[in-house]
Design a protein around this ligand. Structure first.
Ligand SMILES: CC(C)NC(=O)[C@H](Cc1c[nH]c2ccccc12)NC(=O)[C@H](CCCC/N=C(/NCCC(=O)O)S[C@H]1O[C@H](COP(=O)(O)OP(=O)(O)OC[C@H]2O[C@@H](n3cnc4c(N)ncnc43)[C@H](O)[C@@H]2O)[C@@H](O)[C@H]1O)NC(=O)OCc1ccccc1
Ligand SMILES: [Zn+2]
Length: 232
């Protein structure tokens, strides 16, 4: 059995569910209230930017009403004690656009689908930390274009930092997936990528995900219990 030195953790909406943030596909989830095509594609933004800005402004505002939960805290503890040297590394790749990993104290976090607390200029690409609404945003400070949009990856757009993610998957000894349904690519394909390079693969999820059969082991339950138990 390969010694566990290099760990990649993939998280999805399920890890933030116990903090009170809606998931996407569960009953009453975001995609029940909004059609993906209407709020999470570049075409939707071009068609009706006010609707899309409103969707993300509401989610950004909701961040002030929630706190990290025991699963975020446990990953932050792992991040604090796991070495970072030629034999050890840890990367938390999240599909989530919330800031709960960082608020729990985790540092080695990569937001592959972007962040609510950031604005992206659609004209010059400059990113600006953003707290309030974007609906009535001023023009971009860098280029003056009225083109500020949520700094999130929409369907059909390339996720962020893919080369860094594939690099980490290629050297991973252990790949752990937490709170994700495995319905959205390329994230849903990471387990196969890691397994192809010989990593052990573990799923921690409320129910078996669409890609559950790709994992060496799948544990069902709430992240708030499963993750602290796994980390300790
Ligand atoms: C719908 C799907 C079929 N479509 C795609 O995958 C598309 C198209 C596609 C690409 N490749 C393919 C291959 C096959 C088929 C389709 C495709 N992918 C794309 O468009 C991607 C971009 C996709 C990103 C879109 N943006 C998001 N988010 C940001 C915005 C926003 O947040 O609004 S996706 C968004 O939805 C996904 C939601 O999934 P989950 O997080 O898993 O949430 P979900 O609700 O589904 O599940 C929650 C799970 O938690 C569990 N759970 C619930 N409570 C708990 C609990 N308490 N504890 C534990 N578990 C729990 C539940 O049981 C459940 O299993 C996340 O990724 C999330 O970020 N871009 C792209 O492909 O670019 C080109 C490319 C790429 C690479 C190389 C070359 C070219
Ligand atoms: Zn600009």
């Amino acid at each position: 059995m390969k010694q566990t030195g290099n760990i990649v953790v993939l998280t999805g909406a399920g890890i933030s569910a116990e903090s009170g943030i809606d998931t996407f596909r569960d009953a009453g989830g975001l995609w029940e209230k909004h059609r993906i095509e209407d709020v999470a594609t570049p075409e939707a933004f071009a068609r009706n930017s006010a609707l899309v800005q409103g969707f993300y402004d509401a989610r950004r505002a909701a961040l002030d009403t929630v706190e990290p939960n025991a699963a975020h805290d446990a990953l932050a503890r792992l991040d604090a004690r796991w070495p970072d040297d030629e034999k050890h590394s840890l990367l938390i790749v999240t599909q989530n656009v919330d800031d709960l990993h960082e608020r729990a104290g985790a540092r080695r976090v990569l937001h592959m689908h972007g962040e609510l607390r950031s604005a992206l200029c659609g004209h010059c690409g400059v990113r600006t930390p953003w707290q309030g609404a974007l609906a009535d945003a001023p023009p971009c400070e860098a280029c003056g274009a009225p083109a500020l949009r949520p700094d999130v990856v929409w369907f059909g757009e390339m996720p962020y930092q893919m080369p860094r993610i594939y690099q980490a998957l290629a050297k991973a000894d252990l790949f752990v997936s937490i709170g994700t349904s495995g319905a959205v690519y390329p994230a849903a394909g990471f387990v196969q990528e890691a397994a192809a390079y010989g990593a052990r693969t573990l799923e921690l999820n409320l129910e078996r995900s669409e890609g559950s059969h790709w994992f060496d082991e799948s544990r069902q339950g709430r992240a708030g219990e499963l993750v602290p138990a796994w980390v300790e």
